[in-house]
Design a protein around this ligand. Structure first.
Ligand SMILES: [Zn+2]
Length: 142
């Protein structure tokens, strides 16, 4: 449950950063269109360049945060599942964190509550493998 809450918080931060970036770009465009050339010429050049510089710096910082978070949240597809950097299994369809690991008729796997389906863990040969075997194999891939 704590992992799901943590994932939700991560997504909220991503959406906030993306919204702020989009809002800044929109405001910048509106301001540039609405300012007449006479007004721009009346503003001291150093104030104008400082303002543009600060806005660009804020946008670059937010973009950097967003790119770092996207890179951190990237998941690896392997053994019929998606894996995060902490070797947690995620549903290949909805990317939800999987928690109901067990052995069932077809072998080892998870039940995705969101998709309501069983997802097997299998190797390249199609044979069922355990969660521990899968996690050991992907450790070298990150
Ligand atoms: Zn799912």
């Amino acid at each position: 449950m704590a992992k799901i809450i943590s994932q939700f918080k991560d997504k909220i931060i991503d959406y906030l950063v993306a919204t702020i970036l989009g809002g800044l770009a929109f405001l910048f465009g509106v301001i540039l269109k609405s300012i007449s050339p006479k007004l721009i010429n009346s503003i001291p050049k150093n104030v104008l360049f400082a303002t543009i510089g600060i806005l660009l710096l804020i946008a670059i910082c937010l973009l950097t945060v967003l790119l770092i978070r996207i890179k951190e949240n990237r998941k690896l597809s392997k053994f019929g599942l998606k894996w995060d950097k902490s070797f947690n299994a995620h549903c290949p369809a909805c990317e939800s964190l999987l928690s109901e690991y067990s052995q069932y008729n077809a072998g080892y796997g998870f039940h995705c509550i969101k998709c309501n389906r069983w997802i097997s863990i299998y190797n390249e040969d199609g044979a069922s493998i355990t969660l521990k075997q899968a996690q050991e194999s992907i450790k070298n891939l990150f």
